[in-house]
Ligand binder design. Structure first.
Ligand code: BG6
Length: 463
């Protein structure tokens, strides 16, 4: 029999409000950046007019169907569910003094339902959305005032849910702001590198203030950051490729370095100097950055390669993060390269670098599922992807890495973030929904549902 995962290791899945909830104007919810990008986080801003619909408006209708979905998660044996709070349900414009009680009450019901099933909530404060009012009226995170609004929101939720939620995350994939500035920091297209980094600085300060507030208000909670684990390898062993890869990995490690060590690293100060980026950093900012996280969470889907040869980059560039494809790896239907060993490598790198507990809060395979004649989904490709990755998590634990848990991305089909697609499915649970909005939204168990159930019940021994 294979070794089991440690007792207390959290098993579950991860969701984001704007990809599942729907109910986009219900109970006083305001409009978010996600609502303004109906074609996904890389899509253009589309003014929302009466009568025009976006697939995210209803999404999978988790807002009304959450009891059924949570019962299915419980049936799989989940001990943890990662969700996010839609800031706009509580502060519709973002700058209100008082929160919207109807929004607060809905999350109370959601947490109660999870706790009734012994599922621990892990809550992201900001997952790829912010109030549109803060973009229009303040210029997004480019404006220092947004730090105050965020802190008010964070303090509000910590106070309200302090008895129900003991695991928190600040900003989802905080390093994505470099690739999708509107989604990350509420900056419009055409902004400069200097503006993006100033906005990121404000967000890092806000993250520190949230950590501080969480410690004050819920002393027995733990709060982490959330990185897109964009691990890259040198395309060749040429020293120039190796160094370019070191620099490339620092593009995401920088965020972890600030959030775990409390200050800007030397390599970033050099980068700012050489690129004429002169950040405004106050003594209060420095104090806020000193509130470092308790643990590190990250998403992991793929790896890529780096070459110092600019011509080659142009020729080979593949997927959304501009990485050069690895000739030794296969890709998903969406061109994301599948690399289970990379997850073990990443876990070891993060552990060696920070010596803080790690939580894998996203991992999964986006694929087009085709029901057979009886309507069943035989997603053996998903099972093998997840199985291979979990085997590597177990290896990393054997290597001595402290891993708190694993929440696979999209345990139920949802709207994908990049392009708001429905047919890029991640779930153990199938949702009858098509891109044109048709479908009954009914839920059904895929083959992977029963596989995950067995894996959780055996604490990983059946991998
Ligand atoms: C992560 C995000 O980047 O990847 C999720 O935190 C997202 O919100 C996930 O859904 C998968 O990306 P996509 O584009 O396939 O939905």
């Amino acid at each position: 029999m294979n070794t089991t995962f440690p007792e207390g290791f959290l098993w579950g899945g991860a969701l984001a409000a704007n990809q599942v909830e729907g109910a986009w104007r219900e109970d006083g919810k305001g409009i978010s950046t996600s609502d303004m990008q109906p074609n996904g986080i890389f899509g253009e801003v589309v003014a929302r007019r009466e009568g025009e619909h976006s697939i995210k408006d209803v999404a999978i209708d988790f807002y009304h169907r959450y009891p059924e979905d949570i019962a299915l998660f419980a049936e799989m044996g989940f001990t943890c569910l990662r969700i996010s709070i839609a800031w706009t349900r509580l502060f519709p414009q973002g700058d209100e003094e008082e929160p919207n009680e109807a929004g607060l009450a809905w999350y109370d019901k959601l947490f109660d339902e999870l706790l009734r099933h012994n599922i621990q909530p892990l809550v992201t404060l900001s997952h790829y959305e912010m109030p549109w009012g803060l973009v229009e009226n303040y210029g997004g995170w480019g404006n220092r005032q947004v730090i105050t609004f965020f802190e008010r929101y964070a303090r509000c939720v910590f106070t309200r849910y302090r008895h129900k939620v003991k695991l928190w995350l600040t900003f989802n994939e905080i390093n994505m702001s470099l690739h999708a500035p509107l989604t990350g920091v509420g900056l419009r297209a055409g902004c400069s590198q200097a503006e993006i980094y100033q906005a990121i600085h404000h967000q890092l300060v806000a993250s520190g203030l949230a950590v501080k507030a969480c410690r004050e208000l819920i002393p027995d909670a733990r709060i982490g950051n959330m990185l897109l684990g964009g691990l890259t390898y040198p395309l060749t062993c040429k020293p120039a490729d190796v160094f370019a890869t070191l620099q490339d990995n620092r593009r995401w490690q920088f965020f972890g370095d600030v959030q775990c060590r409390g200050a800007y690293p030397g390599y970033m100060r050099r980068y700012f100097r050489e690129n004429h980026i002169d950040l405004e950093i106050t003594p209060q900012d420095r104090e806020a950055l000193g509130h470092t996280v308790d643990f590190i969470s990250f998403s992991y889907y793929m790896t890529g390669c780096v070459t110092a040869d600019a011509g080659l980059v142009e020729k080979l560039r593949g997927n959304i993060l501009d990485m050069v494809p690895n000739p030794h790896l296969e890709s998903s239907e969406w061109g994301w390269q599948i690399d289970p060993i990379g997850l073990r490598t990443l876990l070891n790198i993060l552990w060696d670098r920070y010596q803080k507990p790690l939580f894998i809060v996203e991992n999964g395979l986006g694929a087009q599922d085709k029901p057979d004649r009886d309507g069943r989904i035989h997603d053996d490709y998903r099972i093998s992807y997840l199985n291979d990755h979990l085997v590597q998590v177990r290896e990393a634990i054997e290597d001595g890495v402290e891993v708190m848990g694993y929440t696979s991305w999209g345990p139920i089909d949802l709207i994908s973030a990049s392009k708001a697609e429905v047919n890029k499915r991640y779930g153990f649970i199938y949702v009858d929904l098509q891109q044109d909005g048709s479908g009954t939204l009914s839920r059904s168990r895929k083959e992977s549902f029963y596989w995950y159930q067995k894996i959780i019940a055996s604490r990983g021994a059946l991998l």
